[in-house]
Design a protein around this ligand. Structure first.
Ligand code: CTP
Ligand code: MG
Length: 221
């Protein structure tokens, strides 16, 4: 059974506001992308990797992979206008023989191998997708403008992370047609009636959005 990883790194990082795309902003002593790339490459669960890079940053992405000795990187594609479009373009480079595709955001650098193990092994139970997720610590309100409409039972809510794992055929079908602004892959599988399971995520898998997140993540390296 071969497991391919798609690493979505093609975002511009507008909210971080750096002079370069988020994937190439420094975290510790290397570009942010290098952290999750090296961890995927080192994982015994992963056979090959396709990276989606921002337009004009394909070459630096390949050079980084070479510098880090990431021998599993199969190709680097130019990303699209949205995350879902970038994943779709990368998915086109995953061969038909791949049994499982795991999709991860470069914006979540602190990827522990135990999370990869959890999502890949849970797929053996016959699900259409596996999402690592954590509980919601705060009370959540639904609002209409500034008026509270209701308080939502947070016991029923989870914050979805990546890597998310799917049987490759399920993911391919989910990405047929217009994928637009879907913010994660599982939502496209759910929209087609797929059965998606959540497994425990990892608080260290926090997403880097702004400069403060970068500081918090560097403390976790
Ligand atoms: N992503 C991508 N292609 C896009 C947009 C996003 O591959 N067109 C990737 C990002 O590189 C990131 C992940 O999707 O790893 C999650 O996106 P996000 O955190 O929103 O990153 P950015 O879109 O780069 O940041 P911002 O929204 O602040 O511009
Ligand atoms: Mg974004």
């Amino acid at each position: 059974m071969s497991v391919w990883a798609v690493l979505a790194a093609a975002g511009s990082g507008e909210r971080l506001g750096a002079d370069r795309p988020k994937a190439f902003v420094r975290l510790g002593d290397q570009p942010l992308l290098g952290e999750s790339l090296a961890r995927l490459d080192e994982s015994d669960w992963i056979d090959a990797i396709v990276v989606a890079a921002p337009p004009g940053w394909e070459e630096p992405a390949i050079l980084l992979a070479e510098e880090l000795g990431c021998s599993k990187v199969s190709s680097c594609v130019t990303g699209g206008a949205t995350r879902a479009e970038s994943v779709k373009l990368a998915l086109a480079e995953v061969p038909a023989e791949a049994a499982v595709v795991l999709v991860h955001d470069a914006a979540r650098p602190i990827l522990d191998d135990a999370v990869i193990e959890r999502v890949v092994t849970a797929l053996n139970e016959g699900w259409d997708g596996i999402v690592p997720a954590v509980a919601v610590p705060d009370t959540v309100k639904r609002v209409d403008g500034d008026r509270v409409v209701e308080t939502i039972d947070r016991e029923e809510l989870r914050l979805a992370q990546t890597p998310q794992a799917f049987p490759s055929e399920v993911l391919r079908r989910a990405f047929e047609g217009d994928v637009g602004g879907a913010s994660d892959c599982a939502s496209l599988v759910e929209a087609r009636g797929g059965r998606v399971k959540v497994v425990p995520g990892d608080l260290r898998l926090m997403k880097i959005t702004d400069a403060r997140d970068l500081e918090r993540a560097s403390a976790l390296l």
